[in-house]
Design a protein around this ligand. Sequence first.
Ligand code: ZN
Length: 254
Amino acid sequence: MLAKWMNCIACCFNFDITPVLKMTSIKNYIDDFLHLLFPHICIGCDSDILNDEDILCAECLNSLPETGFLGTAQNPVEKIFYGRMQVEHAGSAFYFNKDSVIQNAIIQLKYKNNQKAGIFLGRLLGYQLINSKRFDDIDAIVPLPLNDKKLFRRGYNQSLAIVNGITSVWNKPVITDAVERIAFTETQTHKDRIARWQTMDGVFTVTQPSLIINKHILLIDDVVTTGATLEACGTAILQTTGVKLSLATAAYTI
Ligand SMILES: [Zn+2]
């Protein structure tokens, strides 16, 4: 199609486009060859997708389990924190169903060294935050910090990858050095809520309160389950003068 149009334009202006067409087809051959060497696969269905920025094909993208409640007050994520800490607004973009595309994306992000999965999820979360209008007065975004040991092991903070996705579509400042995770906690997966809360107590500390004082902070994590980690970090943040706290995660486990 492109070649046909170029031929038409060349005919009108009376110049020879053969070299241009040759270069275009050489570029196509190189692209095809690189794609053969480094195929770009949809993490949902293993189909071969072409756009380098995407991790999902159009079909998987359309079937993502959106919660649909991020824009609604008193939603299930806000209810997790009732009576535990003061939260202005909270919500998650997607349900974290077992063996789902979202679970696969989170596994890619946390254990397969795939930061793109976080940026991708963050971008989708960012659109939902914008559309909800409930988070318009957020002053700054804080990714849930990792401790140094985990950061070294993984090579990056998965929450920061999600935040980078959010800010690629939503113009908000990011603060990464106000809060620190001071203790190392082993995986939380098999602990009940009380055991998790006890493990998390005192794990986070605000090292530079001047960065967040009197601000409405949006704290971001990948998945919310019992809310123990977000509560521990949020409680530390709320000890700073004049801070208001909201929460958002890419996924929510029922
Ligand atoms: Zn797919």
